[in-house]
Design a binder for this molecule. Structure first.
Ligand code: IRO
Length: 313
């Protein structure tokens, strides 16, 4: 039987698939549903210190090859997700989970990090440096000096296992610069990529932008993102200290897409748009399809092919 077991640092997971933060992980009921699915683990909706309602609706639309969203960081506040994670880890000590945080300022990120540091949380923390949808708040991940400053201040005191969620980059110099920054810190993982920021789609019937916030601009996910996600995972796998593992996110609609992200170097694979559209049953199909691809290739374990992408010489 093919084995989809994987690990990040000391944390063990019996399946490579999980949700992408923001998708079906807003309420405790949604998180419970993820926990009961075939996913190997789960991540909570990116939290701010206090509850936010987010942007006006419509703020998500499915597209032919993916989705557009400008949710605007709606969430129940850090305490809600931290409480959930603390209860969860008591009930499921064998299933480590991820807590995602996305402060609107460095101060807010540091304050939330202090709260988590001083709590009994024993899972992994994802610092989301790439929310594309809060009006007036540029993505930290596109400001290299700011990223260096945030991580320097964070790891001054933060000792729990942590990683960052990054936006997509499009130039090899950006991969070089960002990897040089990330390699200075005791990160356990880098999650690449968040949605392709600030796309625009138009309803042909009405000549109107499909979503309401920001004049229709929003993050693009789904199949549109696959080649960009693959390139970002591959580029970071080639540049990061091997102690920093990759989580691959973007463009997974079938088992082969996940297989490709793993070939590029991913240790875990997150599912966003597909999970939004199909629900947690998507994990059952993806698991079956990934196993089938591995069997065809003669692989029994994720480690047999992770990072083994071949290139033309
Ligand atoms: O609009 C959102 O809430 C959102 C976030 I925080 C993010 O990181 N990525 C995204 O596509 N949407």
């Amino acid at each position: 039987m093919t084995d989809l077991h994987t690990s990040i640092d000391k944390f063990q997971f019996n399946n490579v698939f999980m949700n992408a933060s923001g998708v079906r992980c807003y309420t405790k009921d949604e998180l419970d549903e993820l926990a009961q699915s075939d996913a190997g683990t789960l991540v909570t909706k990116s939290a701010t210190q206090t509850k936010r309602l987010g942007n006006p609706s419509p703020r998500y639309a499915p597209l032919e090859l993916g989705s557009i969203n400008s949710m605007g960081l709606p969430n129940e506040g850090l305490e809600y997700y931290l409480d959930y994670a603390l209860d969860f880890q008591k009930a499921h000590p064998e299933k480590p989970i991820f807590l995602s945080v996305a402060g609107l300022s460095m101060e807010e990120n540091l304050a939330m990090a202090h709260t988590i540091e001083n709590s009994d949380f024993n899972g992994l923390v994802e610092f989301n440096l790439s929310c594309p949808n809060v009006p007036g708040k540029p993505q930290t991940g596109y400001d290299f000096d700011r990223t260096q400053e945030v991580l320097t201040n964070l790891f001054d005191f933060f000792t729990k296992p942590a990683g960052v969620k990054l936006p997509p980059y499009f130039d090899l110099a950006q991969f070089d610069q960002m990897a040089t920054i990330l390699n200075q810190f005791p990160l356990k993982f880098v999650n690449s990529i968040n949605s392709l920021g600030n796309g625009l789609m138009i309803d042909p019937e009405t000549d109107t932008a499909l979503i309401k916030p920001k004049g229709g601009f929003g993050g693009i996910g789904g199949a549109y993102a696959k080649p960009i996600a693959l390139a970002n995972v591959r580029a970071f796998a080639q540049r990061l200290d091997p102690k920093i593992q990759l989580i691959g996110t973007g463009g997974v609609t079938n088992g082969r897409d996940a297989y490709d992200l793993i070939l590029a170097g991913a240790s875990l694979v997150q599912v966003g748009t597909l999970l939004q559209e199909e629900g947690t049953v998507a994990f059952t199909r993806l698991t079956r399809e990934l196993r089938a691809v591995m069997q065809t290739k003669g692989y029994n374990a994720i480690s047999d092919f992770r990072g083994q992408l071949k290139v033309l010489s």
